[in-house]
Design a binder for this molecule. Structure first.
Ligand code: NAP
Length: 280
């Protein structure tokens, strides 16, 4: 019956490109849950009012994406530990009339790495993270939680320094890249460079040891130029699609219940959509 339908949404600006509805609506169908996941394009001016009226607007909760993750952090009356650590909320739900916030990008980042590169954490593991924005915050937090030493390289050194100070990592400008590469067991691209429609990530992988794992959080295209170059050199590679898939279950369980799984069928469905819609 229509009145039993539970609705969640993605709140961001823009949101039209999002593949989250494909994921959540697939799980609703698969688990036989009367749920719907929709897109809500909200300007920064409209976001707080919409969130305050989330229930009245007919939603049990939702995901939050760029540029509202910090605003959502402030609007939530309590948050999970990961959200508190990174200072950003990407999942909102209500409990006993209270608006609660969580961060599932953190879990998505590490679950994807564990799944696609089992055994990646070698003894004395050192990670080199490129970028110091939102994705890098999730990555650095989770890597430090696992006891990995982290070097952060970012175009804007001050942002790298702020992130490094927060989580006990080392900050560097882009000039340090060639010097840092030989020590890295894990190289992670958390910049937006290499994404379809953005600039290229200019990096020479020659100093990287063959055993190093190369992870790009970008998933459009599925195989970025960085991952292609790494694969050609024999490195194990991890793309960003699994991060998107693995972060989604947390919100789904809060809004709809059930036990959603990242199945090969779900991944194939998204891969096909990305390949079909990404310009060659
Ligand atoms: P963000 O907060 O805007 O950070 C962007 C980062 O890229 C910053 O470190 C920025 O450096 C750097 N950057 C941008 N343009 C650059 C350029 N021309 N030269 C050098 N550095 C440049 O973005 P974000 O939210 O972290 O997202 C970053 C990427 O991760 C995006 O492509 C996004 O799609 C992807 N992502 C994927 C997932 C997933 O689930 N797989 C989740 C989140 C994000 P400055 O600090 O110097 O500006």
């Amino acid at each position: 019956m229509a009145q039993d339908l539970r609705r969640a949404c993605l709140m961001g600006h823009p949101v039209a490109h999002s593949r989250s509805p494909m994921i959540h609506n697939y799980w609703c169908r698969q688990l036989g849950i009367a749920g719907a996941y929709e897109l809500k394009d909200l300007t920064p001016e409209d976001f707080p009012g919409f969130v305050h009226g989330l229930g009245k607007n007919g939603y049990v909760g939702g995901n939050v994406t760029v540029p509202h993750k910090e605003a959502a952090f402030k609007l939530a009356s309590a948050r999970d530990a990961a959200a508190d650590a990174v200072g950003a909320v990407n999942v909102l739900w209500t409990e006993d009339g209270r608006l609660l916030g969580g961060n599932s990008d953190t879990h998505g980042f590490i679950a994807n790495l564990d799944e696609r590169a089992p055994g990646w954490k070698v003894s004395g593991c050192r990670a080199l993270v490129l970028g110091a924005g939102g994705a890098a915050r999730s990555a650095v937090y989770m890597l430090r939680q696992r006891g990995v030493g982290v070097d952060i390289v970012n175009r804007t050194l001050a942002r790298a320094q702020e992130l490094a100070a927060r989580f006990g990592a080392q900050a560097h400008g882009t000039g340090a890249l060639a010097r840092l590469l030989p020590a890295a067991d894990l190289l992670v691209n958390c910049t937006s460079l290499g994404m379809a429609g953005k600039g290229a990530l200019d990096i020479d992988l020659a100093p990287l040891k063959r055993s190093a794992v190369v992870y790009d959080v970008i998933y459009v295209p599925l195989e970025t130029a960085l991952l292609r170059a790494a694969r050609a050199r024999g490195h194990r590679t991890v793309d960003g699609l699994g991060m998107l898939l693995h972060q989604a279950g947390y919100g789904f369980r809060k809004w709809f219940g059930g036990d959603p799984q990242v199945s090969p069928e779900l991944r194939s469905m998204l891969e096909a959509d990305i390949v079909a819609k990404t310009p060659k």
